[in-house]
Design a protein around this ligand. Structure first.
Ligand code: ATP
Length: 248
């Protein structure tokens, strides 16, 4: 009775320019309302997959050369970011990319753009949700985003994405460069966002954090899916423990 869509990625090939093959025959699903983690070393193709889904691949001179991406009945491969946002699929880019000289409020408002005809009531609802999740941002609404700490900037980047009221949130390494306490805080917020009904596709090098949050997980290795399964199961496999959880 769950009528929310699933994200389906089928046999996806992505290349940059003419020569660089970044993804090969990648197949995975984000079932409605789930957190799905994507693990893998530097250069495995994790960001590339998020870009392909969010329609930002072209900005990086990449292209889908085979396969299919759909969110429910909406085909997403070869579309632009506005199409993805309209379908309810919104990416938080790696490295946060907040507008440093704009205030917290201005950054948040920029996240509702592309949804031009949205009612003021819906906008207010979205910003109330963001401030409830991130009270810290409410306290700093009139400060320049460049003055926030790294963790606060991550919160702002997530808050900005939530302003578009996504049904599926794509997160690229939200824990990158953050202190352990802040990583735990971000994990809590992801859990909270998910419990409110938003699906999450989470790219992480912090496998411990990702597997503790995720329902299912996939390990990418040089552009191909190597391992897939329930997160708890993957956390128990020798290869994942050795390679990604830092165990002997
Ligand atoms: P990281 O954690 O370093 O971002 P990743 O798993 O997200 O790693 P991608 O950034 O998706 O990996 O990169 C996958 C492959 O595509 C790598 O070989 C990378 O060098 C290449 N690549 C990524 N972006 C581009 C680009 N704009 N042009 C050419 N090659 C690229």
């Amino acid at each position: 009775d769950d009528d929310r869509p699933a994200l389906t990625v089928e046999h996806l090939d992505v290349t940059y320019g003419r020569a660089v093959s970044a993804l090969r025959a990648v197949t995975l699903t984000v079932p409605p309302g789930e957190v799905v983690a994507l693990l893998g070393a530097n250069g495995a193709g994790k960001s590339t997959l998020l870009r392909a889904v969010s329609g930002t691949l072209r900005l990086h001179r990449g292209a889908v050369t085979a396969g299919r991406i759909a969110y429910g009945d909406t085909v997403l491969d070869g579309r632009d970011p506005v199409a993805a946002v309209r379908a309810g699929v919104v990416q938080v880019p790696e490295g946060r990319r907040v507008f440093a000289s704009l205030t917290v409020d201005e950054n948040l408002r920029s996240g509702g753009l592309g949804l031009a005809r949205r009612s003021p009531a819906r906008q207010r609802q979205a910003s109330e949700r963001v401030f409830a999740l991130f009270p810290r941002l409410a306290e700093r609404r009139r400060q320049a985003a460049g003055l926030l700490s790294g963790g606060e900037q991550q919160m702002l980047a997530m808050g900005r994405a939530l302003m578009a009221a996504p049904r599926l949130l794509l997160l690229d390494e939200p824990s990158l460069g953050l202190a352990p306490l802040m990583v735990e805080r971000i994990a809590e917020v992801i859990r909270e966002i998910n419990s409110q009904g938003t699906g999450v596709l989470l790219v992480e090098q912090n496998a411990g954090m990702a597997l503790s949050l995720a329902d299912h997980a996939h390990v990418l290795d040089v552009g191909e899916v190597r391992l897939s399964g329930p997160a708890a199961e993957l956390a128990g496999t020798d290869a994942v423990r050795r390679l990604y959880l830092g165990e002997e």
